[in-house]
Design a protein. Sequence first.
Length: 85
Amino acid sequence: MTMAINDDIKMLISSIEEVQTDNTMPRNVKEKLSEVVIILNAEDAEGSLRINKALDKIEEIVDDTNLQPYARTQIWNLASILESL
């Protein structure tokens, strides 16, 4: 994986951590976002595989019918960053 993508992943992880610190974000969403961070930090998998796994996990979060609209928007923003990598 190139250095630019690694830097982008680090910035994305920083954005995820920022969303996790939001006190209004549901706990189950924070836990799933923690799983996304673990997936993105995994050194044993290829970059594109890590990105696809992370996108799958984010789609699980967005599919939650109890998710508030503002939270869904924040999660979609993370997904769009991931898709651009």
